[in-house]
Write a protein that binds this ligand. Structure first.
Ligand SMILES: Nc1ncnc2c1ncn2[C@@H]1O[C@H](COP(=O)(O)OP(=O)(O)OP(=O)(O)O)[C@@H](O)[C@H]1O
Ligand SMILES: [Mg+2]
Length: 541
């Protein structure tokens, strides 16, 4: 509108009409330029402004997304490299919430700060123009607007507090959602849906309440700002009339005051949005810092020396481990896992078998004692090198959404795995049922393998471990869901893979234990017996 003032003046001046008398703008003499050209220049300026605004919006979002992705990938990389205890200590739902909704809120915080900065620059520019056009009126306006805005800055603290509360409640919601989905089968079987519906209703209600409260608060601040700034404008007109300021100048100053108030309101609302979302940045940073502090390979990476056939593959020497804030764990474990043999780890439930397996895998680090691999103490920098030699079948079978082939190869640590290798591993794991599937390796397993039976899932997990071509295989009750004949077939293949393969098998069934060369018994976290069973498998050396 202000750009049009010199244009209108040039037209009015050439036709002898009344010109608009505004300082600076009215002194611009454009009378020599034809009207269409002037109007085209105005349109071109607006077009240029729009193009700049388009480019700045796109760049701002791109920058915002880059920062968000950097923040969450740093967090995720740190979590993947953290000690297992860090994972045991963290809630899965917290990590998921912080890396998804939380990271998006980091983007909102950043965009809020960017928009506040842009609006602040616009406000300053508008204030400068207003000061040039009408110093006294503009000065008064600026003082009023500044005083008012500083008063409203107090609303930033509650915005920040609500942002913190929202993060907490959202994590509770995420936790209820994940847990209810994980227990869906049981929920249906026990008809216990009400438990989760009730919890979900409460969690939904909590997040809804905080969001509503936040909207109420921001709307209140916006309304107060609008009313206050309108009152300032009214006061401005009143003062201007008292001072006999020309009407045209009052109009221009009012336009500038309106622009100033719009940009100042922009600064305020953007700052509020940023203050509300900033706790998410703190959450992501806190999670990342905790994960970085728990890094497993703090001292860098090193390679294990080549296998030494004269030594046991793994030797535990007086190993003690206690779970954090707990008396549970294992105590003073001393035993060998001889190279090329099958060692069975047996004992009652809760005796410490899985804990021992986690120690052998380097997931848990002894509080006391040492664990040696081929005679070399297993230090954090050797863990990666050690794990390249090991394959593990956990007690709880894990299958991922995707094809059967993907489930076999994703952890192979190799560039490519041929279909022949997949079939060989499946045959070794007695997973012949895959051959009967119409789509074979391309069969989609559905969400976490829900389309397979427990025993079928276990056999795929064993095949996945074999695809890694391990030197050491750790099986934690990996055949517990198999029938006797299928288990016997799997065990016979495993026996045939020794002595190239060293096996640690955790089991309760005597059929599994029978194939072992050594049986280590654990009770209440202690070794209570080590029995050599040479000849058990027909004299395997
Ligand atoms: N993350 C954990 N935090 C605290 N205590 C734990 C944790 N995991 C296991 N424990 C405790 O450590 C002890 C040994 O557990 P572990 O899982 O090693 O037993 P297990 O011999 O494998 O039993 P099961 O045959 O039932 O699988 C148990 O008393 C258990 O309660
Ligand atoms: Mg166990």
């Amino acid at each position: 509108m202000l750009m049009l003032v010199p244009v209108v003046n040039s037209v009015a001046g050439s036709s002898g009409g009344m010109t608009i008398d505004i300082p600076i703008l009215s002194s611009l003499d454009l009378s020599g330029i034809p009207l269409p050209v002037l109007l085209l220049i105005v349109v071109a300026l607006v077009a240029l402004q729009s193009a700049l605004s388009y480019a700045s919006s796109v760049s701002a979002v791109r920058l915002q997304q880059l920062v968000v992705d950097r923040l969450r990938s740093r967090a995720f990389v740190a979590i993947l490299a953290a000690r297992w205890e860090f994972v045991l200590d963290s809630r899965r739902s917290d990590i998921a919430e912080i890396a998804t909704t939380g990271a998006n809120r980091c983007g909102q915080a950043m965009s809020g700060l960017l928009r506040a900065a842009v609006a602040a620059v616009l406000s300053i520019a508008t204030a400068v123009v207003a000061l040039i056009v009408a110093p006294l009126l503009a000065g008064l306006t600026i003082v009023a607007v500044l005083a008012f805005s500083i008063g409203l800055m107090r609303s930033l603290r509650p915005a920040h507090e609500m942002g913190q509360a929202y993060g907490l409640r959202n994590r509770v919601l995420q936790s209820v959602m994940l847990n209810s989905l994980d227990s869906l089968r049981l929920v249906r079987a026990h008809g216990a849906a009400d438990v989760w519906t009730d919890q979900l209703t409460v969690a939904f209600g909590d997040t809804r309440a905080i969001q509503l409260a936040n909207v109420r608060r921001t709307s209140r601040v916006a309304a107060v700002a609008a009313i206050g700034l309108a009152a300032s404008a009214a006061l401005l007109v009143f003062v201007a009339v008292q001072l006999d300021v020309p009407a045209a100048t009052i109009v221009v100053v009012l336009v500038l005051a309106a622009r100033l108030s719009a940009s100042v309101r922009g600064v305020l609302s953007s700052l509020q949005q940023a203050a509300n979302a900033l706790p998410a940045v703190a959450d992501v940073r806190e999670l990342t810092e905790r994960a970085v502090a728990a890094a497993e390979n703090g001292g860098g990476l090193a390679a294990l020396p080549p296998p030494d056939p004269s030594r046991p593959t793994v030797a535990l020497r007086r190993v003690t481990y206690r779970y954090p804030d707990s008396d549970e764990g294992v105590l003073d474990l001393t035993f060998d896992i001889p190279r090329g043999r099958i060692t069975a780890l047996v004992g009652p439930s809760g005796a410490g078998k899985s804990t021992t397996a986690d120690i052998v895998l380097g997931l848990l680090h002894p509080r006391e004692g040492t664990i040696e691999v081929d005679g070399t103490p297993l230090t954090p920098e050797l863990l990666e090198s050690w794990r390249r030699r090991v394959a593990y079948v956990p007690q709880d079978t894990l299958l991922l959404p995707g094809t059967l082939r993907w489930n076999l190869v994703w952890s192979s640590a190799r560039e490519s795995v041929s279909d022949e290798e997949c079939w060989a591993a499946l045959d070794a794991a007695a997973a012949g049922f895959v051959r009967a599937l119409p789509q074979g390796l391309d069969t989609d397993l559905g969400d976490r393998g829900v389309r397979l039976s427990g025993g079928q899932r276990q056999r795929l997990a064993i095949a996945r471990a074999l695809v890694r071509r391990p030197e050491v295989l750790v099986l934690d009750e990996a055949t517990s869901a198999l029938d006797d004949a299928t288990e016997a077939a799997v065990l016979s293949v495993l026996s045939s893979l020794t002595p190239a393969l060293t096996v640690l098998v955790i089991a309760h069934r005597s059929t599994t234990i029978d194939v072992a060369d050594t049986v280590v018994t654990l009770e209440s976290g202690r070794v209570t017996g080590i029995a050599a069973r040479t000849g058990a498998r027909g004299g395997t050396p």
